[in-house]
Design a protein around this ligand. Structure first.
Ligand code: RUB
Length: 308
């Protein structure tokens, strides 16, 4: 297997690359780089290389359907291509990878344009963890000349909230960092909660960084609107067939490096926020109800149900 695949998988596993979008982008670029250096002599061998790469990348983070959809999309294009020569198939990989990345970029821009309208002047917005989709939406609101404050949680155990805080400060946005357990204390004081997503299920439930469902619970109790900001392609097509999204459980050492022996430490990376806590999903189609997710996916990305 080409080094680009192993290297990307390792960096994703170590969280050097984090956030569903960045993970999917890194994976698709690694697949393309690996394909360009393929030593396969025929279509069958080339597809075998791609499938092996898929296995390694899928295993790097379990709760990332955007990455899985991206890789399946590329492999499906090769499988269904009439081309037989490896050189032509490498071109197919490059072409569909670029298409996928461009469509992801367009979605991000549309999401930012829609979501920034929900950020009003002099408002306070709370966010959890680090979502590049959320931060691009907030930067857009700032670029539109709005003056608002962002409150971000530090997001234990690996503090992705600090990435958000730095990005917001760099954008000239007034920013406050709080510990995760202070959300209930501050949520009455904010006008809007926005979080990213790693996965969206067929029922419209959203999986995001651990603690998101607690933030949603607090927001509901305080009657503070809670929005998910996400590309539709984070939808997991397998959930429609009854599969549950697997929740990645990470090393206990992230929680306590030199913990006393005999202590059990659990470290799930994500949790599920049920749709009734979500005011809307801000996506490339506009602001939608979580209930309509499957229908919108069928309309916009029908291929998602065909690729495996
Ligand atoms: C990051 C996280 C983000 C989503 C969305 O978790 O939960 O909210 O991935 O991010 P981790 P984006 O740091 O464990 O990857 O909007 O960038 O896709």
């Amino acid at each position: 297997m080409h080094e680009s695949i192993l290297d990307a998988a390792e960096r994703i596993k170590r969280l050097e690359i984090q956030g569903a979008r960045n993970v999917a982008i890194a994976a698709i670029k690694a697949i393309e780089a690996g394909a360009k250096r393929s030593k396969a002599r025929g279509k069958g061998a080339f597809l075998k290389e791609l499938t092996d790469a898929k296995t390694v990348l899928f295993a790097s983070r379990e709760t990332e359907p955007l990455m899985r959809n991206a890789i399946r999309y590329v492999i499906h294009a090769v499988e269904t291509s009439d081309e037989e020569s490896v050189r032509e198939l490498v071109d197919v990989v490059s072409r569909v990878s670029s298409q996928f990345l461009e469509s992801l970029e367009r979605s991000k821009e549309k999401i930012a344009a829609v979501g920034s309208k929900r950020v009003s002047n002099s408002s306070k917005v709370l966010t959890h963890c680090h979502s590049s989709t959320v931060t691009s939406m907030l930067r857009k609101a700032k670029d539109e000349g709005k003056s608002f404050e962002v409150v971000c949680t530090e997001s234990r155990p690996v503090f992705q909230g600090r990435i958000t805080a730095k990005e917001m400060l760099d954008a000239g946005i007034e920013t406050t960092l709080i510990v995760d357990s202070a959300v209930r204390y501050f949520v009455n004081d904010v006008d809007l909660v926005v979080v990213g997503a790693d996965a969206i299920t067929s029922e419209g439930n959203v999986i995001n960084k651990i603690g998101t469902s607690m933030v949603a619970l607090a927001a509901k109790e305080a009657r503070t609107p809670f929005y998910v900001v996400s590309e539709l392609l984070k939808f997991d097509p397998l959930t429609i067939h009854g599969d549950y999204e697997t929740i990645e459980e990470r090393s206990p050492r992230e929680v306590w490096e030199d913990a006393p022996s005999g202590l059990t430490i659990r470290n799930p990376a994500f949790d599920v926020t049920r749709r009734e806590f979500i005011h809307g999903i801000i996506c490339e189609e506009g602001i939608i109800s979580p209930h309509s997710i499957s229908e919108l996916i069928r309309r916009n990305y029908p291929w998602i149900f065909e690729v495996t």
